[in-house]
Ligand binder design. Structure first.
Ligand code: ADP
Ligand code: ZN
Length: 851
């Protein structure tokens, strides 16, 4: 053993018996453990390991097998959970990059990629399947004491949870022992989350045997079964089905099987979440723009080199078709593909289309999957049984090997960023890194690319592919801006005139309409012509606010400092964050004014007003309240798609992924709610949302129209929406970003401190900002704050922000920033402050929301 070195390097007794393990702890390091010889066959890099940590037992991932260590007293690994490694080297490398870039512990990133999120929460069940335990026990060597103990326990009771089995047998490395027994076919392992038990699902399949039966030797019923089987399929028919179709009983089947005329096999059934298959689509010949785009992508695929394409094309220009063709090429080349979509439940049509094209070759990952479905989907990818995985952001961590292509549909969508949990990663950016590691191609597709991606295309980091026309040659819709202040004046004048002429008394308040007269007229025209209308309102509740028209007072939550939302059904004001509830005031508590009313509107209010203005119209309201149940969203869209209702009224969800040829009018109730949010991306978001939603108007042969209501008719994001001037908007937006050092000219890191005591939060964030100054962070970054967050309190916890704008001109790869932040983190961790667990620190790199 090496002596006199500092620190002493300890060689492990056998060079293979050490393991570095990433644990799901908020610590920026891995831990070294000893691997006991009996676990050695399983302790492969990428496997889950159970280890003691302090007084706790944790599950981590083996990320390295070092041959020496400087740690003196090593503890042994207790157990290995996987029979084969859960993570390939490529995923380890990717998650490691994520851990560094997003300041997240590697163990926590790995946990996000784990088969079922939280392995610790699942319960493994062991079941005896060996028919004759006594025989098996007799065949085992006397040294296989652990195996014997387990089998003996199972002989007494055929099913045990692993934990229970361990208690009973006192075998330490119970998982490894059980894996060994499973490998020999004596026991079966399944996972149980809640109920029912989770295991691969099997069915009995009947196949014709090779030996052809002599018809004379069969009874009529047996003959019936054989002929039915022949007629159906040569690749096996489920026992249940054949019995039903042939109209015979199980004993007939068993008799045939005994005679050797049919074989009965167990075959795995995959629980597929999307079951509706449509008729195969007619073959599509790509148009010239699509063909050009595909040719460029194919070139990159063939070269086997990393490359990112930005596929920019209006809705209906055929982007999805290009993805599909590019995936076909990828599969033909023996490689696999990942497709990211913003949210499965919001893009049912897209997912269905992929399913129709690729059938069994595609696995859908999905946040609403049952535990069983998720387990199956993960295994399909892990075992290489599918060529494509489609899913929301977490699908970028799918255990697919040999990736040749990654598609990010609607790449500008903010839902690609995980903002509320570690790791706070952006799936689009992770996709690009994963593609680099795999020498793969990336297609970022959008009708309204993010400013960042468009800029990357302009400077040549990405290749820009344009699909400038709609496939159906539909023209872009005509867009009209309605100034709601004018509308209010018009109503005022009308009322004045009516009262002057003695027709009606002047009302106490001017009715604030959600639907302007021009918009009402357009809707009425559509109803007369039997065409569809989509009305867009921003996110539920956000503009559903009580405001005093005399003094401007707004009702806020006592706990959260956010404006309260009026719920008309329950007649109360509610806090969107903490659920605080109170009665709406009848007069303003500040000035006593009585004109306290909604400043803006929720979907319910618009729905009610539509009923008054257009009594004959049928309206379908779609928001979080009405689409809570599984599949409700999809059902509503289909109902609207069939033309059964005149108006689809909804939040952002109506803007996405829909394709309704009969819609010729899109109305935006208020563009302002989005535009006036305190966020530097507010204009970009407004432009994107309005462009997307405008794309819903006028497909096929009918020309569309868009009506946007606003109090800000001069705003530049509206101007460019009207003229469909995409580059024009980006030019103006990039100027503003550059002037103020916003992304893409800088990299933003948001440091948040939160806690229940405001003075403590203040003290911590101030200290942290002092560390940054001490470390000269100002050399590469602009430091903003500390300041209260735009929403300064959520669920009774104060939130304060520090913003670092890291100048790319000075620190292109962000390395200086990273090392400064790590150093500041270390100073903070070493200070007495870190012992105060009531204050939490969160680092968000490239945040998408800054409120
Ligand atoms: P995007 O993804 O840009 O919205 P899609 O790929 O969904 O566009 O295409 C819009 C519609 O046009 C779809 O119904 C699609 O099947 C059809 N389509 C796409 N490409 C072609 C083509 N080359 N010829 C005919 N129809 C096409
Ligand atoms: Zn609250």
């Amino acid at each position: 053993m090496a002596q006199g070195l500092n620190p002493p390097v300890i060689q492990s007794p056998m060079s293979s018996l050490l393991a570095d393990i990433a644990l799901p702890l908020p610590l920026d390091r891995e831990f070294t453990y000893l691997v006991p010889p009996e676990l050695e066959p399983y302790a492969a890099v990428g496997s889950h390991a159970v280890v003691p940590f302090g007084t706790k037992t944790l599950t981590g991932v083996i990320v390295r097998r070092p041959t020496s260590t400087t740690v003196r007293s090593l503890k042994p690994v207790r157990d290995i959970l996987d029979a084969t490694p859960a993570y390939a080297d490529e995923l380890l490398r990717l998650t490691h990059w994520m851990a560094e870039y997003y300041f997240a512990p590697w163990g926590e990133v790995l946990k996000a990629a784990a088969p079922h999120g939280l392995l610790q929460d699942s319960k493994r069940i062991v079941r005896l399947v060996a028919p004759d335990v006594d025989n098996v026990l007799a065949s085992l060597k006397s040294s296989a004491r652990s195996q014997k103990a387990v089998l003996q326990a199972l002989a007494r009771r055929p099913e045990f949870s692993i934990a229970r089995l361990q208690k009973t047998t006192r075998v330490r490395s119970i998982h490894a022992v059980v894996h060994e027994l499973a490998k020999r076919g004596w026991v079966e392992i399944m996972e149980r989350f809640a109920r029912p038990a989770l295991k691969p699902k099997f069915e009995k399949v009947v196949l014709l045997a090779d030996s052809s039966p002599d018809a004379a030797s069969l009874t009529p019923k047996q003959q019936k079964l054989i002929t039915t089987l022949r007629a159906l399929h040569d690749d096996g028919v489920s026992a249940e089905r054949i019995l039903k179709e042939a109209g015979v009983s199980l004993s007939i089947l068993n008799a045939l099987s005994r005679k050797g005329f049919v074989r009965i096999e167990r075959r795995e059934v995959i629980r597929a979440p999307v079951s509706e298959f449509e008729e195969p689509l007619p073959p599509i010949t790509l148009n010239a723009h699509q063909a050009n785009a595909l040719a460029s992508i194919e070139h990159a695929l063939r070269a086997g080199r990393y490359k990112t394409f930005l596929l920019h094309g209006v809705t209906g220009s055929g982007k999805t078709q290009v993805y599909i063709e590019a995936i076909k090429k990828t599969l033909d080349a023996g490689k696999r593909a990942v497709v990211l979509v913003p949210e499965i439940s919001l893009t049912p049509q897209t997912v269905r289309r992929f399913k129709t094209h690729f059938g069994e070759q595609i696995a859908v990952m999905h946040s609403r999957l049952s535990a069983g479905e998720r387990y199956d989907t993960w295994r399909l990818a892990h075992e290489g049984r599918v060529g494509i995985v489609i899913g929301p952001r977490s699908a970028i961590l799918a255990p697919l090997r040999n990736i040749g292509l990654i598609v990010v549909d609607e790449e500008h969508e903010s839902s690609y960023k995980q903002f509320d949990a570690t790791p706070r990663y952006h799936a689009r950016d992770v996709a690009i890194v994963r593609a680099m590691h795999n020498h793969a191609a990336v297609i970022l597709g959008s009708a309204t690319p993010s400013v960042e991606s468009y800029y990357n295309a302009l400077v040549g980091k990405y290749e820009l592919l344009e699909l400038p026309e709609r496939v159906d040659n539909a023209r872009m819709p005509r867009t009209e801006i309605i100034n709601m202040a004018d509308e209010r004046r018009r109503v005022f004048e009308e009322l004045k005139k009516a009262s002057r002429e003695g027709m009606k008394p002047f009302p106490k308040r001017i009715p604030l309409s959600t639907i302007s007269e021009p918009l009402r007229r357009e809707i009425a025209k559509r109803i007369a012509k039997n065409e569809g209308t989509i009305l867009l309102l921003n996110r539920r509740g956000f503009s559903h606010v009580m405001e005093c028209l005399d003094c401007g007072r707004v009702e806020k939550c006592d706990n959260c400092e956010v404006t309260l939302t009026l719920h008309t059904t329950k007649r109360h004001l509610r806090c969107h964050y903490c659920g605080f509830v109170k009665a709406p005031p009848t007069a303003c508590p500040s000035c006593g004014g009585i004109d306290v009313r909604l400043h803006a509107f929720g979907t319910q209010q618009v729905e009610e007003e539509l009923k008054t203005l257009l009594p004959n119209a049928t309206v379908l309201r779609m928001d979080l309240d009405t689409t809570g149940r599984k599949g409700a969203h999809d059902r509503m869209l289909q109902q609207f798609g069939r033309g059964e209702v005149d108006i689809l009224l909804g939040t952002q969800m109506v803007a996405k992924g829909l394709d309704f040829p009969h819609v010729t009018l899109v109305g935006v109730i208020s563009a302002d709610t989005q535009m006036l949010l305190p966020d530097f991306r507010a204009s970009e978001r407004t432009f994107q949302l309005l462009t997307q939603v405008a794309g819903r108007a006028g497909r096929a042969k009918l020309t569309g129209e868009v009506v946007i209501q606003t109090h800000q008719p001069q705003h530049y994001s509206l101007k460019h929406v009207v003229s469909h001037d995409f580059p024009g908007f980006y030019r103006e937006e990039l100027e503003y970003r550059k002037e103020l050092d916003y992304p893409p000219f800088s990299r933003i890191v948001l440091v948040e401190f939160r806690g229940e005591r405001e003075n403590e939060v203040q003290h911590h964030i101030k200290k942290f900002s002092e560390y940054l100054v001490q470390l000269h962070a100002e050399k590469h970054s602009l430091l903003l704050g500390p300041a209260d967050a735009a929403i300064p309190k959520i669920r009774n916890r104060y939130r304060k922000h520090l913003i670092l704008k890291n100048l790319k001109s000075y620190d292109p790869a962000g390395q200086r920033l990273r090392s400064t932040l790590l150093d500041a983190q270390k100073l903070y961790a070493a200070s007495p402050l870190a012992r105060n667990k009531r204050v939490q620190m969160i680092i968000d790199v490239d945040p998408v929301g800054m409120m």
